[in-house]
Design a protein around this ligand. Sequence first.
Ligand code: ARG
Length: 459
Amino acid sequence: MKLWGGRFTKEVNQLVFNFNASISFDQKFYHQDIEGSIAHVTMLAKQGILTGAERDTIIEGLKGILADIESGALVIDSACEDIHSFVETHLIKRIGEPGKKLHTGRSRNDQVALDMKLYTRDEIVEVKALVKSLLTQLHTMMQEHLDTYMPGFTHLQKAQPITLAHHLGAYFEMFKRDYSRLCDIYARMNYCPLGSGALAGTTYPLDREYTAELLGFAGATLNSMDSVADRDYLIEFLSAMSTIMMHLSRFCEEIILWNSNEYRFVELDDAYSTGSSIMPQKKNPDIAELVRGKTGRVYGALISLLTTMKGLPLAYNKDMQEDKELTFDAIDTVKGCLSLFTGMISTMRFRPEIMAASAKNGFTNATDAADYLVNHGVAFRDAHGIIGQLVLLCIEKNCSLDDLSLAEYKEICPAFEEDIYEAISMKTCVEKRNTIGAPGRDAMKKVIEANAEYLKTLA
Ligand code: ARG
């Protein structure tokens, strides 16, 4: 059944119907649509717009439809234009006259605004739970790798030694911000648009605050035109999800490098790797690559919606129907990537000896060697030059700073003493760095403790 045949003299062209229809995708929120309708009729009866008996019949009908969709007894087909018409049509079919009163004081514009908000709210909760699992996994790994030394990089060149706990801790902070962004978005969007009508409210004495309360919103939205025209919260959500994907993608890129033959810092579990159809030796990091690759489609959803919204006059325009498929796809993508990524990192095996050897080979202690000279009265700029000369010597001799003899040190600068070896050992280089946020064991332990407290506060 169509909801709007009255003023038309011709049947709509089939291609037009198909082009216009949204039921193939908006059926995804049938549950939310029915939940919203139940709240709406409950409010209508409280306000004396429907009788208590009408309310009860409608709610019973709606609950029956919900149960039948869920059991598979009622199949959502494409005869109706959208999920809103589907539910209303079947309600009228089931309960007759009272069903025709469901849409009193409501438009599909505020209805779809509500349904999409209810759906998004539920999904934000799910994405938050997945980010929380990832944070918990990272936290466990950080505790295990306080003493796993590795090179820290800038420009993908070995820079200074750090620990794996410290490196993982950087991602912990990123996902922590992602989590808090999701909380902010939820709080900002949590206002109910229902009762805004097509755009200008209604003449019925609706109690919008009551409907909002029934549906768990913080309150009712305050401008009926904005209520039906606002998709900011989806843009924010897509932006937060794009940022999550950006973080996952950077992490995946590192795991792909670390898993390569050249690095061998990590070995992915067989269950999270794939083989080659031609090269028998291959074990490929496809999951990490796919997560990195799927980042593009989530960014794409964000840019699409920003572009769809940019020229729209107030209030509702059909363009806004385009918000759904891409948001649904982005949500499914992000949820899938988060859970697979967490599984992948919880099963991969690190190789601490190789990581430590790599940190040792790349002159990552050169800054500490320069600091040693500064502590022995040499100006930093001069110390920088002296260590540069020593690095050159090491490159010629194909050795590390730790391998030079004291005589070789003294030949370039007499300020060096026997304690230089201790001063530039990997352990010293890492352990001396104990300012807040640095990789030293004491500093890291404090951060790990604070993060344990933080994790306890998450819903
Ligand atoms: N399918 C529509 C959407 O997703 C529902 C709202 C339709 N409103 C209208 N005035 N045609 O936006």
